[in-house]
Design a protein around this ligand. Structure first.
Ligand SMILES: C[S@@+](CC[C@H](N)C(=O)[O-])C[C@H]1O[C@@H](n2cnc3c(N)ncnc32)[C@H](O)[C@@H]1O
Length: 257
């Protein structure tokens, strides 16, 4: 469905979808996503120590393939500059660097940044708010945000700020939890999310309550088409998405207008 979008040489659009007119309204689905930045930062400070391990356990190891898919979707070339917003411990930033691009991460939680500095000293990480990034206009060839856009209290402003720091023609990839496409699988998944995930988190995480928020925020997040519409309204063109793990995660890709 996305093949009618003219492909740039570094992007393969085959298998990506676009559109957004029939999606659920994003406005009515954000009630539990109104976290204040200091609350979000404090919550992530509390999970930082065991963040990487907890992620891998709760996603049954899928997180690694989602990160590889994000890197591939960005189509990075050696020497390009890519910004990873909401980088946390730098686990997503480190994956981007495997492309040969210069990858820098920014995050609001000092706890996550400290944990990242300990475990990944070679990854450049700095403090920064997705809504006020400490970079000049058009500084990057590509920007990405993995499992973090859902936590920012103004999604649309964050998407506009990502566009501001990206050069015209530069690329965006949002990697985020989404809506499984198969109804039967969706039912099983939502049950895992609301019941089992918080229970498993109690055994591995340093702040299990954060995983109750995780489950609720995933359930309240716009579906693939609704998020695509918001990306398109925030200064990005040629928006398309691709489901991973049946839509548990979706990659949204776009090009800066
Ligand atoms: C679930 S973690 C994702 C970390 C990493 N990107 C990954 O893929 O594992 C979400 C991160 O977003 C960060 N975050 C939330 N709101 C933010 C904001 N307004 N600006 C920058 N980072 C933010 C949190 O501090 C947290 O480290």
């Amino acid at each position: 469905m996305g093949d009618h979008l003219a492909p740039a040489p570094y992007l393969r659009w085959r298998g990506w979808q676009s559109g957004g007119v029939n999606s659920r309204s994003p406005q009515g689905r954000r009630a539990s996503l109104e976290k204040q930045p200091h609350e979000v930062a404090a919550m992530f400070d509390g999970v930082a120590a065991r963040y990487d391990l907890t992620n891998t356990v709760l996603s049954f190891g899928q997180d690694r393939s989602w990160r590889r898919a994000t890197r591939a979707a960005l189509g990075l070339r050696p020497g390009e500059r890519v910004l990873d917003v909401g980088a946390g411990t730098g686990v997503s930033t480190e994956e981007l660097a495997h492309s040969g691009a210069y990858a820098v991460g920014a995050d609001l939680s000092l706890g996550m940044l400290h944990a990242g500095k300990r475990t990944r000293p070679a990854v450049p990480l700095l403090a920064g708010d997705a809504l006020r990034l400490p970079f000049a206009d058009a500084s990057f060839d590509a920007v990405t945000i993995s499992f973090a856009l859902r936590n920012v209290n103004d999604t649309d402003a964050a998407l506009r700020e990502l566009a501001r720091v990206t050069r015209p023609g530069g690329r965006l990839v949002v990697c985020e939890f989404s809506t499984p496409v198969n109804p039967a699988f969706r039912t099983v998944y939502l049950s895992y999310l609301m019941r089992s995930l918080p229970a498993v988190a109690r055994t591995v995480s340093s702040n299990p309550d954060a995983y109750v928020y995780l489950a609720e925020s995933i359930r309240a997040w716009p579906d693939q088409a609704a998020l695509a519409a918001r990306v398109g309204a925030a200064g990005w063109g040629r928006v398309a998405w691709r489901n991973l793990t049946g839509g548990v995660v979706a990659l949204h890709r776009a090009v800066r207008n």
